[in-house]
Design a protein around this ligand. Structure first.
Ligand code: ADP
Ligand code: MG
Length: 568
């Protein structure tokens, strides 16, 4: 069979270079990535066989196997899972299909300039670059695979430089085996000797203990005992216990974090772990995680959201969207339901009332966790809100049932402080005597809106204004309308008479002024007829001579831009 040589896609090549000269100090994680891929492949095969019984594949002993050869300095991770076809290998391993990759590489390079490279660690893996991490420890990687149901296999091989080779092979066992030709041993650093079975045991235990399939270590070959000695049994390295089914005090935080990393493909610890055990007629267990960083593509269309769905410890699907609302799309985790069919489809999930009840309960649980975090660990809450506040605020528009819970955990930048956001509750408590409304201003950046002419009178009178800079802010502020009976009012919309709020000015004086300036106002309106609806005197300015305001019900410029960007 002819061997063909291909070039890595440009992005893939850059990524490989970064991996090889790795910024990442903890090289052990390459094994976690390979075991994780193997585990995914076993999940996929089990599911496919369930859906199609005629599939020619053996599912009687699905497992992952690790084998080391000290003399050859190779390490092999093998699974008897779904495998890949020739085309799939080229597509999945040779390229990076993610459109955000260019941006990622940019971020990675910047992070790589950090002294400690800590920023880079977290970026890798969000982008499906798991497999390439093998090149942190190997100078050559070969992969032999056969797709379930196909008769011939494929061999892929690369030294991680510019190219890889592909070749069809007649004989290949079911599944995939990845063989790493390890870089030369570093005599000064025994810690990174990946031919040591002790080391392998330790890494699997630490990173992959909860993997539901057995991860076995093939016994090392011992020389010269050909006669009579029994070959020792492979040793299973992981406990395979589903973390969500174990009680809280049995599981360490580290174990939860490793599960998070496995399912989220994030390399950083999560910010918060949320457990939920529902008993009764519809039993389920959930283990949800709030990440510590917003993924780069959170606001792009087609963002993969949702949690993993299991039925009685058996993996059913990734990205199950039905269990959480879109504004919680950053939440990762596992939900294991006792009474669903293994064949459950998306259509069924959308209609199932148990699923809807679960979604409601999980949503409330996430929001109450954020509230607790706010009370008990303000710093952690601040991180959370900085990363995910803009997404959560979408819920103010779309989820009226949880609007109050969302308002309770929301915080906003304010004129009162440079760096300390305020909740609406705190704002209301500080409102001046006679102040009826909650004032806000929207715009692109704090700086631009803080210096807007609309703010002059508020500044002069010392009235606090919320500074809202996310695109969604205008929408929710309009939809929500009020908080605890106080209207939410944009300082840039409609007529705002601050005099009614602060020092009283008798109504007669304004009328007198209007009369006095009627000629001027009329003339200005005529001159500006094409551009404005009305010209009027205002009490909102102290320094600037004039400003443009919208009608209370007009779209503000930012919203206009947003709708335009959405093609409407
Ligand atoms: P990710 O796991 O985040 O998708 P990886 O780089 O780890 O990214 O793997 C890329 C893809 O290659 C996987 O999504 C999968 O489709 C395929 N793949 C990798 N390893 C295996 C394997 N052992 N068996 C089958 N497919 C695999
Ligand atoms: Mg992977």
């Amino acid at each position: 069979m002819a061997t063909e040589t291909f070039e890595f896609q440009v992005e893939a090549r850059q990524l490989l270079q970064l991996m090889i000269h790795s910024v990442y100090s903890n090289k052990d994680v390459f094994l976690r990535e390979l075991v994780s891929n193997a585990s995914d492949a076993l999940d996929k095969l089990r599911l496919e066989k369930l859906r199609d019984d005629s599939l020619d594949a053996d599912v009687s002993d699905l497992h992952v196997e690790i084998e080391v050869d000290k003399d050859a300095r190779t390490l092999t991770v093998r699974d008897n899972g779904i495998g890949m076809s020739y085309d799939e290998v080229g597509r999945l391993i040779g390229t990076i299909a993610n459109s955000g990759t260019a941006k990622f590489l940019q971020e990675l390079k910047e992070a790589g300039d950090d002294k400690d490279g800590a920023g880079a660690e977290g970026l890798i893996g969000q982008f499906g670059v798991g497999f390439y991490s093998a090149f942190m420890v190997a100078d050559e990687v070969t992969l032999l695979t056969r797709r379930a149901g196909e008769s011939r296999g494929t061999r892929w091989s690369s030294r991680g430089e510019g190219t890889y080779t592909l070749e069809t092979v007649d004989e290949a066992p079911q599944g995939t085996s990845v063989t790493l030709h390890l870089k030369p041993a570093d005599p000064d650093n025994q810690l990174h000797d990946y031919t040591s079975t002790w080391k392998i045991r330790e890494i699997v235990k630490r990173y992959s203990d909860f993997i539901t399939w057995p991860v076995r270590l093939v016994p090392e070959k011992t020389d010269g005992n050909a006669d009579g000695d029994e070959t020792p049994e492979p040793e299973t390295l992981n406990s395979q216990k589903a973390l969500w089914a174990r009680s809280r005090d049995e599981v360490s935080d580290d174990e939860y974090h490793e599960l998070y990393k496995h399912i989220s493909h994030d390399w950083r610890d999560p910010l918060e772990t949320i457990r939920l055990q529902a008993e009764g007629t519809f039993e389920y267990q959930a283990l949800l995680f709030l990440p510590s960083h917003a993924p780069h593509d959170l606001f792009t269309q087609g963002f993969k959201r949702g949690v993993q769905l299991y039925v009685k410890r058996v993996f059913i699907m990734d990205d199950c969207e039905e269990l959480l609302p879109p504004y919680l799309r950053f939440v990762k985790g596992v939900v294991d339901a006792a009474d669903l069919s293994l064949n459950v489809s998306r259509e069924i999930l959308q209609q199932d009332r148990h699923i809807q009840a679960m979604r409601r309960r999980l949503t409330k649980k996430v929001l109450s966790t954020v509230k607790d975090m706010m009370a008990k660990d303000p710093e952690r809450y601040a991180t959370f809100w900085r990363e995910f506040g803009a997404v959560l605020k979408e819920g103010l528009v779309t989820d009226s049932e949880n609007r109050d819970a969302l308002l309770a955990v929301a915080s906003f930048a304010t004129t009162r402080s440079e760096d300390e956001p305020t909740t609406l509750q705190q704002y209301v408590e500080r409102m001046k005597d006679g102040q009826e409304d909650i004032y806000y201003i929207t715009g692109d950046s704090r700086q631009s809106i803080e210096n807007s002419p609309h703010m002059e009178a508020f500044r002069a009178k010392g009235i606090e204004v919320l500074l809202l800079t996310d695109p969604v802010d205008e929408v929710w502020a309009d939809t929500v309308g009020e908080y605890e009976g106080k209207r939410l009012r944009s300082v840039a919309k409609g007529e705002i008479d601050l005099d009614a709020e602060g020092d009283e000015k008798d109504g007669g004086e304004r009328e007198k002024q209007n009369e006095e300036y009627a000629g001027l106002l009329g003339w200005m309106k005529e001159q500006l007829a094409e551009d404005v609806k009305e010209v009027r005197l205002s009490s909102r300015l102290t320094v600037s001579p004039a400003c443009v305001v919208s009608d209370a019900h007009d779209l503000t410029p930012a919203l206009e831009n947003m709708y335009r960007a959405m093609g409407q």
